[in-house]
Design a protein around this ligand. Structure first.
Ligand SMILES: Nc1ncnc2c1ncn2[C@@H]1O[C@H](COP(=O)(O)OP(=O)(O)O)[C@@H](O)[C@H]1O
Ligand SMILES: [Mg+2]
Length: 295
């Protein structure tokens, strides 16, 4: 058996206290999580749950740049992110942030994608090849000469993803990558991430609140609340207990709300989380009831 590509064991983390005599709270407090190679894991949870902090811990920014206190273990591709230099981790795991504006700062898209490679000292011919490959992977090959600032939100976020891909990481971590985008931009980014997973077998961990998208794409969902993983499982298992999710302030797919309402009213046992499953399931039930009613 191969070991999981992401291994988080009893991770606790506290940012540095504001005042020397103060005690900083654990914002992560006993996180356990494993992600298999090639898996698509979504992370949901209320604001302040520690989702962003967990993402930062996977790329070593927490605690290497932030300081503070850390306990437990975080390994990505077997590397300890507490001690492995952030620059060397960048070749294994890339992090895409919520707001594409904060990630783009170069003259044009090509320079943006090249940036990490140049600072790593990759040979110019290889940089050119990787730019082309990364740009093609996210569909921004026609934008290479453009300034990042004149792009749409979805395009910017795809450029940010390309800049990560160019480093050829094994794991892509995305922290609410569509929150600041319009519906079209969201669609573009979701489709891009889905294709990376399908066509390149990349391991994806995505923090996201869009329940429909999560139900559609993820293998498993982890629910994070108050600094620890409360539950983790496939979307139907996670979304079939919506009461708890609503309490946490996490939305479930609309079709799952429909399923729950039907179950309450008719004593049925629908468990669909995707639109096409709902259509299939309801059509079957309708046909059965029509057949029972006779001609
Ligand atoms: N740089 C920081 N210094 C101190 N506290 C922080 C810092 N960043 C986040 N926090 C606190 O850590 C907790 C978790 O934050 P965060 O990881 O951003 O949660 P989420 O992404 O789930 O909303 C929050 O209480 C937040 O106020
Ligand atoms: Mg966050």
């Amino acid at each position: 058996m191969t070991s999981p590509i992401i291994e988080v064991r009893d991770l606790g983390y506290a940012y540095p206290a504001m005042e020397p005599h103060e005690e900083a709270p654990w914002v992560l407090d006993g996180v356990d999580l494993e992600v298999e190679r090639g898996e698509f894991l979504s992370v949901m949870g209320p604001t302040g749950a520690g989702k962003t902090t967990l993402c930062l811990a996977l790329v070593g920014i927490v605690p290497q740049s932030t300081g503070g206190f850390i306990r437990g273990e975080v390994r990505v591709s077997g590397l300890d992110t507490k001690t492995e230099p952030v620059s060397s981790l960048a070749g294994r795991v890339g992090l895409v942030f919520q707001d594409p504006e904060t990630q783009l700062f170069n003259m044009n898209v090509e320079a943006e994608i090249a940036f990490g490679l140049e600072s790593k000292g990759v040979a110019p011919e290889e940089i050119a090849e990787r730019i082309e490959w990364a740009a093609r992977s996210v569909g921004v090959e026609s934008l290479l000469g453009r300034s990042p600032f004149e792009l749409s939100g979805g395009q910017k976020q795809r450029v940010a993803i390309a800049a990560m891909l160019a480093m050829t990481p094994e794991v892509l971590v995305l922290d609410e990558p569509t929150t600041s985008l319009d519906p079209r931009g969201r669609q573009e980014v979701f489709a891009t991430v889905r294709d990376l997973r399908r066509q390149r077998g990349m391991t994806i961990m995505m923090v996201e609140q869009d329940a429909e998208c999560i139900a559609e794409f993820s293998d498993r969902v982890a629910l994070l609340a108050e600094g620890s993983v409360r539950r983790v499982g496939p979307p139907p298992e996670i979304f079939s207990r919506p009461g708890e999710l609503v309490e946490m302030g996490v939305r479930v797919p609309q079709v799952t709300e429909v399923a729950m309402a039907l179950n309450r009213r008719h004593g049925s046992a629908h468990r669909f989380v995707r639109l096409e499953e709902a259509v299939r399931s309801l059509a079957r039930e309708l046909e059965a009831s029509q057949a029972a009613a006779g001609p």
